[in-house]
Design a protein around this ligand. Sequence first.
Ligand code: NAD
Length: 375
Amino acid sequence: MQIFFPKEEGQEIRATILPDVAKKFTDLGIEVVVESNLGSEVFVSDELYVESGATISSSRESSLSTADIVCRINKPDISEISKLKTNSIHISFLDPFNEKDLVNEFSKSNITAISMELVPRITRAQKMDALSSQANLAGYAAVIEASRTLSKSFPMMMTAAGTISPSRVFVIGVGVAGLQAIATAKRLGARVEAFDTRPVVEEQVKSLGAKFVKIDIGETEETEQGYAKELTEEQIKMQQEGMKKICSQSDVVITTAQVFGRPAPRIVTQEMVHSMKPGSVIVDMAVSTGGNVEGSMVDEYVFDNGVTIIGMSNLPGEVAKDASQVYGANLFNMIEEYWDSDSKELKFELSDEVLKGCVITHEGSVVNELVKGNM
Ligand code: NAD
């Protein structure tokens, strides 16, 4: 069994695995091949991978064509799919609801494609949950980026020259990223408030020492997996009305609101941006899925009326080494779960609850019910 880790392309800084996770694979008896310079952006040399038992490949094409499993972080270029070995497994983030051509190409090429964003949220799969492992680090990085951009200190300081007031941070959306953003802003000494449409998070917000903002928007629902359901237009308006004042008083607003399989809800209007003090900062963590903030742009710092709107699409990449560490661990945990150490093969049953959730294509067809319904 051979597993190949091609180097990520474009602006990606993260590496799919680090050497200590590569060693775990080789300890299982799996042959690990990494593309040369896989870890160069996180200062991990090829020699360190070799020490962990991996082989270095200088021919991406030939390694793609011989590997039984190919793992990456980002979705592949469609042109590389036909180069994969028939019946091999490809694991990465895939964005399968928007990437119909990619899904069809996987199916046509007889590849078993696994989408990391569709790993179900059940206890057994938590160790494989890359959305959470990356969102957690993104929440941290968003606060650090905001604090660097804000021309004010986060903590209160009492000095001989007078008292500096703490920064006020408002976090909208309290899932994995939002919780880490709250915890990080609190650690830095800010005064933190937060809102989510799921009232169950109130206790979690309070347990971190932040204030939960109550806004009456009527009935809200969440899915079995804990995802928020989409609000009606009227509910969004009620939410905006309820948040106006808090936004105008905040030095930093961090938005993380997402609705599974749908574009992100537009919550912060330009009017709300303009009501903020000049010098304030907004981080729109939902920028890649349509954005929570009017005017935010992917990978841009937008200046609007003195307010900086940050739209970084790869916040985990700001802490790339840790992000690589936990992503690789998620992959290892997934593969180990199905590894049979006697036969040295993967025991893949599509009836398995985790695989039923995240396998998109198999043996020439689209097998995932959610994705099939969207094709
Ligand atoms: P997410 O990324 O889908 O969304 C982020 C947050 O935005 C969510 O808390 C959501 O309720 C909120 N949101 C949606 N619309 C909003 C709006 N209009 N205004 C304000 N907030 C809005 O969520 P997530 O981080 O993936 O987590 C969702 C839940 O699932 C959390 O409670 C999390 O703890 C839970 N979870 C469970 C598991 C598991 O394995 N059991 C794994 C990961 C997450």
